[in-house]
Design a protein around this ligand. Structure first.
Ligand SMILES: Nc1ncnc2c1ncn2[C@@H]1O[C@H](COP(=O)(O)OP(=O)(O)O)[C@@H](O)[C@H]1O
Ligand SMILES: [Mg+2]
Length: 286
């Protein structure tokens, strides 16, 4: 069975997508895992980082994105989500990443999101709106070691679809006041949802992103996060770094993970994050 990990924060711009994409790429290139990246965020940044804007537009014109899945779910009589053509195989602009697939998102998810919010919820409804993704990807779940889900910056129906299949989730955050605000609420909501579906969703922890060593507020917030017991800090601190931002440009091609993400500690940060996750989930497997 695949291990499924979601990435959540209510705040945008905290490197959720950057963390998820880099983690997916290193799990493939250095750990030789079979990885699926599911882009649930209507911003579609994870998708364009992995296949580029041009390829995304073509897929979007043909209806081969997750927007089609959720639109279809709203009109069950006209279900026409095509998993086979939506699934993008062997993505990423790093040549040594050879086992990473993608289920792309779409900007059109924004309006679907609003319509989904009006669908009645609860166990009495056969078409539970939080179960749409799980049903759709069931046939391919076992083809992967890891499935990473980049969620939108809210706890709406689409995010709950991601959590529905998640074994655990991580919360990337910039260690400042506004980015860390709301973390206890995320943890409580996820715990409530896990209880509702009767399946545990582990709080893997917080990932520190865009860390500025010369910032007093970053230092203080980091210390505070270490002391607090809401969620543990995951291994690997991602410092503010220009090459991390350049990694969003798909038009470049790289031979190795290090070439794309840079040599200034980024490799080590991604490696230790991936290693912690792999050790946690594979400790008891042989
Ligand atoms: N360590 C970093 N240093 C500098 N810029 C970064 C770093 N991590 C991410 N970025 C940039 O910050 C912006 C927000 O990151 P992104 O991953 O899109 O956040 P989110 O998905 O939370 O909205 C992007 O422009 C990204 O390239
Ligand atoms: Mg994002």
């Amino acid at each position: 069975m695949a291990t499924v990990i979601a990435t959540i924060n209510l705040k945008g711009g905290v490197a959720k997508t950057t963390t998820s994409v880099g983690l997916a790429e290193i799990l493939s290139s250095e750990f030789k895992k079979k990885v699926l990246f599911i882009d649930l965020d209507p911003q579609t940044n994870g998708t364009t980082m992995l296949i580029g804007e041009h390829a995304w537009k073509e897929l979007n014109d043909q209806g081969y994105t997750l927007a089609r899945l959720f639109e279809s779910a709203l009109k069950p009589n006209e279900y026409n989500f095509d998993l086979e053509n939506t699934l993008q195989r062997n993505v990423s602009n790093i040549l040594s990443v050879m086992s990473l697939d993608l289920i792309p998102s779409s900007l059109d998810l924004i309006k679907v999101q609003d319509e989904l919010a009006k669908v009645p919820m609860g166990p009495l409804y056969a078409n539970n709106p939080t179960d749409i993704l799980r049903k759709a990807i069931q046939p391919i779940l076992n083809n992967y070691d890891y499935i990473l889900i980049d969620c939108p910056p809210n706890l709406g129906i689409i995010t709950l679809n991601g959590l529905r299949i998640a074994d655990g989730y991580m919360i990337p955050t910039i260690p400042d006041v506004l980015s860390t605000y709301g973390i206890p609420q995320i943890i409580n909501r996820v715990n409530d949802f896990a209880w509702e579906i009767g399946y545990p969703i582990e709080t893997l922890g917080i990932v520190i992103t865009k860390y500025k060593e010369n910032s007093n507020i970053h230092k203080t917030t980091l210390r505070k996060l270490k002391r607090e017991i809401d969620a543990p800090l995951l291994s690997g601190i991602f410092k503010e770094n220009n090459q991390m931002a350049s990694a969003a440009d798909f038009t470049m091609t790289y031979a190795t993970f290090r070439q794309k993400w840079g040599y200034g500690g980024q490799f080590d940060a991604f490696y230790s994050l991936a290693n912690e996750i792999v050790e946690r989930y594979e400790r008891n497997e042989h």
